[in-house]
Design a protein around this ligand. Structure first.
Ligand code: TMP
Ligand code: ASP
Length: 235
């Protein structure tokens, strides 16, 4: 057995093939509310890995710099080792989740423009929202880093809205993580139904982790549906 370098809520990290890479293995663990709710969902790791790999490959083809080097097996990917920027970027196309709750806006409300939010990547503090001057004051990222992350995130949003629309899915919101490697900012972590809200365009059915968060049932059926539809619409 290889030595685990780090264990996150939904991933294990192992040594890569050299100092510039690491191996990420997706786990079946589902968590919500900063880890308060936790369950094993057999097969989730494999589904998220495959969905995220399709999306990362599509983004790379469209000029987005990502950490992905290659797919190793059903649940593992080799990626460039990057210093993760401890600021999560959240993009919202439609009101939902914490935005709806915080600002009293009914879920599903159309927005007049795309929303970009930053939150501090810190589970113990509940990933609080953080603004640009707070981020630069704490030295988490520079103004230039934030500009680059924002422009990449908006570009990724345009590309993903197009991809999901072809698959009959509305990209409601999602979370991105970035890292620094070799003087570049790379898209890191994953893009999957764990980190996005995805609604069926016709029925409004939720196909993402909200099924787990709010006990809506058939969690992985939603994930399988997303994978099936993406496979029919890429390449
Ligand atoms: P929120 O509505 O709870 O703020 O979440 C916005 C989007 O970001 C949603 O698609 C879920 C995703 N997200 C994560 O992937 N991880 C997180 O820790 C949080 C807070 C949100
Ligand atoms: N990703 C966070 C957690 O696992 C929050 C969430 O997505 O609900 O706790």
């Amino acid at each position: 057995m290889q030595e685990v370098l780090y264990e996150g809520k939904s991933k294990l990290i192992f040594r890569g093939e050299d100092d510039a890479s690491i191996l990420i293995r997706y786990k079946d663990t589902a968590t919500a509310f900063n880890g308060e709710k936790k369950e094993e969902l057999a097969g989730k790791g494999r589904l998220n890995a495959e969905i995220s790999n399709i999306i990362f490959a599509y983004l790379a083809e469209n000029g987005v710099k990502t950490h992905l080097i290659r797919v190793v097996d059903e649940t593992s990917v080799l990626v460039r080792k990057a210093e993760i920027i401890m600021v999560e970027v959240i993009i919202r196309n439609v009101a939902a989740g914490s935005f709806s709750k915080k600002y009293g806006v009914p879920e599903g409300t159309e927005l007049k423009n795309t929303i970009v939010e930053f939150s501090l990547k810190n589970d113990a503090l509940g990933d609080p929202m953080i603004n640009e001057s707070q981020i630069t004051a704490l030295g988490l990222a520079t103004k230039d880093d934030l500009e680059e992350m924002t422009s990449q995130a908006l570009r990724i949003n345009r590309l993903l809205c197009e991809l999901f629309e072809k698959a009959g899915i509305r990209l409601v919101d999602f979370k991105l993580e970035f890292g620094r490697a070799g003087g570049e900012i790379l898209l890191c972590d994953e893009i999957s139904p764990d980190s996005c809200r995805l609604w069926d365009m016709d029925t409004g059915k939720k196909l993402d982790k909200d099924r787990f968060r709010h006990d809506l049932g058939d969690v992985l059926e939603g994930y399988r549906d997303v994978l099936r539809r993406l496979k029919n619409n890429v390449g």
